[in-house]
Design a binder for this molecule. Structure first.
Ligand code: ZN
Length: 109
């Protein structure tokens, strides 16, 4: 026997960019956003602090450009470091179905 009842459920209706405040909802449906996330643990200056920043596509790539510039500055005299700055954080391309191998979440044995 099923017993039904109307209940109030909290759900996510939108995800807005934490930088520009714009919605990450697309006309084609769904949300597209990047996440900057950190859980700082024992031994760090920020022990016990957790961060999660949602970024729209434009703000994500602006933040990434800033990080790439920092990388270039830190590796100014290293050819490898300069090359790595170009693809900083890029783990897949042409992965339209989210089926590319991810070395962090699924390490090969
Ligand atoms: Zn934004």
């Amino acid at each position: 026997m099923k017993i039904t009842e109307m209940i109030e459920v909290e759900t996510v209706t939108d995800i807005v960019c934490d930088v520009c405040g714009g919605s990450t909802h697309l006309k084609t449906g769904g949300h597209q956003f990047g996440t900057l996330k950190a859980d700082w643990g024992y031994g760090t200056t920020h022990d016990g602090e957790r961060y999660e920043v949602h970024l729209c596509e434009q703000c994500f790539f602006q933040a990434l450009a800033n990080l790439k510039q920092e990388r270039r500055t830190h590796t100014l005299f290293s050819e490898d470091g300069q090359d790595q700055a170009e693809n900083l954080g890029l783990v897949a391309q042409g992965d339209y179905f989210d089926d590319a191998w991810d070395p962090i979440s699924s390490p090969r044995k």
